[in-house]
Design a protein. Structure first.
Length: 584
């Protein structure tokens, strides 16, 4: 078997599987097109990677779970369950060897072709039910049923193509915990069942809820819950109502049954099959329904990457939001770039009010309230399992409301599941003197009353806060600056970025690192990571990390703009960065 010369061609796993080219990258690893050099056939090989922030013990538990479940999955015998041939290890990483299925994912089909008809959705649902029923009989809970893990093979001879459920990479046995001991919830936010989001063990019912969410996305073109970013989405799953049905028609009742919040109230496999079977076999009913309910146009379906959410924040957000709001009908949120995993955050400390002060006498510009976009933190200056410095890759494409990506991923925003920050108050006296910084005329000076750092804010930018993260954004230009902080830096700024930046390549679409280097910034230990990624438009980011002179604190200034705006916008970033002062 001949293949183009490629450096990765020299990578032979377990002396048998030659990795040829990546087929896809997700939160739990990379899937490769590979050659089985022993049997001379092409296979798919999943290189399993684990979220950042896990302990060594947890990594070993996940490795053992992967081995166990891969071997169990290899015993599955169903045409709609991907065939697992082998599980091997190379270094610290497990590799799952599977059949190579030449097909698009359901997520890709909906994004490019538009939603499926109710009839075709029912056919897909029946196939997936069969695969799940077989897995559950073997004691396997998939835990990551979502459109990105459903393959739709091309139709053959007028007959619907094969439907394949793939990626048992985070599968588990009933009773395994939903969260790690460091508090990470693994899964894809829009497709995590409510009981899992509450930290309860997953069971077969959890997979059926995820199936319902997947079929909802297939027929409606958007997930049933989308808060615009992972934490808000999971909160909506736990406390909110799903988006209204527009195109589901006769599927609505079975989807309602699968999406029941309480597991005991959910449809089981037999009941779901009985409800789907007549529709799958009735082309006439489908045609009538399609004519009666226009299908939405193809849209940017939010990313369904597997990620890891800090469970503490999930609980806090749910408590703070008695009623979450689903995605608005017909307004799907665009995907959001989400790093492969979100590290646990340190316990949130009470934050005194934050104020904007005028740089000179006169009223400050008050902007409209804006919901803070997704901030999926990249793990940077770490101390043990405690927390982080560096930014999440978030932001929104041109013309979309302020909701980024998972990762992003950025998007047309759905109403927030958590109450928005109130508009920035007008200037008011403060007990802390404003640091003496050179703020240009007409700008305002923002001071963090808890930590004492300050920065100049240009006209037209509005400020928002969420937990310990501060953001300044111009909604007209989409220019965004975010500030992050840690009081426990343990590495140089450059070393921290060198360790953390590779995870971005596996988390963002078309990620390209442009530079990573030390920079001269206020005489401090500072480094810039500059990169681009694609989310409906090309976005360009500069993330500047620096450690204070006393070595006690570190900050990151994350600047994101549309790529075409880069040259015009960069001087503004440098002006804002020049006004930044750490606390005394």
């Amino acid at each position: 078997m001949e293949h183009p010369a490629d450096p990765v061609q020299t990578r032979l796993v377990a002396g048998r599987y030659r990795l040829l080219s990546p087929l896809g990258v997700g939160g739990m690893g990379t899937v490769w097109r590979a050659e089985d050099v022993v049997l001379g056939r092409e296979v798919a090989v999943k290189e399993v990677t684990f979220p950042h922030g896990l302990t060594d013990e947890e990594r070993e538990v996940l490795r053992e779970r992967t081995r166990r479940e891969a071997r169990a999955a290899a015993r599955l015998d169903h045409p709609s369950a991907v065939t697992v041939f082998d599980v091997v290890e190379e270094g610290d990483a497990p590799y799952l060897v599977m059949e190579l299925v030449e097909a698009r994912t359901l997520s890709q089909v909906v994004r490019s072709d538009g939603p499926l008809s109710p009839q075709r959705t029912a056919q897909v649902g029946l196939a997936l039910l069969g695969a799940l029923e077989t897995a559950h009989a073997q004691g396997i809970v998939h835990r990551d049923v979502k459109p990105g893990n459903v393959l739709l093979c091309p139709d053959e001879g007028g007959r619907p193509g094969r439907v394949v459920l793939t990626d048992f990479g985070i599968a588990s046995s009933p009773g395994d915990p939903s969260i790690t001991s460091t508090g990470l919830l693994l899964g894809s936010p829009s497709y995590i069942a409510p009981e899992r989001a509450k930290g309860l063990p997953p069971g077969p019912e959890s997979d059926l809820w995820s199936l319902g969410a997947t079929l909802f996305t297939a027929v409606e073109g958007r997930p049933p819950y989308d808060g615009g970013e992972p934490l808000l989405t999971v909160t909506a799953v736990v406390t909110g109502e799903h988006a209204p049905f527009v195109a589901a028609g006769p599927l609505a009742s079975v989807l309602e049954g699968l999406l029941a919040r309480e597991p005991e109230a959910r449809l089981d496999v037999a009941a779901a099959r009985a409800a789907l079977q007549p529709l799958a076999e009735s082309a006439a009913a489908t045609t009538a329904q399609v004519a009666a309910a226009p299908m939405p146009e193809p849209a940017a379906v939010p990313s369904d990457r597997t990620t890891a959410l800090p469970m503490r924040e999930v609980r806090e957000a749910a408590q703070a939001s008695p009623q979450a709001t689903p995605a608005a009908a017909g307004e799907p949120a665009a995907p959001e770039p989400v790093p492969a995993a979100l590290p646990p955050h340190p316990p949130a400390r009470p934050r005194p009010p934050l104020v904007l002060r005028p740089a000179s006498p006169g009223p400050a510009r008050a902007g409209p309230n804006n919901r803070v976009p997704v901030l999926a933190l990249a793990a940077i200056l770490l101390v043990g399992a405690a927390a982080v410095l560096g930014f999440a890759l978030a932001g929104g494409p041109d013309g979309a409301p302020d909701v980024p990506p998972a990762a992003a991923p950025p998007s047309a925003a759905a109403p927030s599941a958590v109450p928005s920050e109130p508009p920035s108050p007008p200037p008011s006296p403060s007990s802390r003197p404003t640091p003496a910084i050179a703020v240009p005329a007409g700008w305002t000076s923002y001071t963090d009353d808890e930590r004492g750092w300050s920065i100049g804010v240009p006209p037209g930018f509005t400020q928002g806060t969420r937990n310990d993260l501060i953001q300044f954004r111009n909604d007209d230009t989409r220019r965004t600056l975010r500030v992050d902080y840690t009081d426990a830096p343990k590495q140089s700024a450059l070393a921290a970025w060198q360790a953390a930046s590779p995870q971005f390549a596996g988390s963002l679409t078309d990620y390209q690192q442009l530079r990573l280097e030390n920079v001269n910034y206020k005489g401090l230990d500072a480094a810039d990571l500059e990169f681009t990624y694609f989310d409906q438009t090309t976005l360009r980011v500069l993330d500047r990390t620096f450690i204070t002179a006393d070595g006690e604190e570190a900050f990151a200034l994350y600047w994101q703009v549309r790529a075409e705006d880069w040259e015009a916008a960069l001087p503004l970033f440098e002006q804002m960065a020049a006004t930044f002062q750490p606390g005394a």
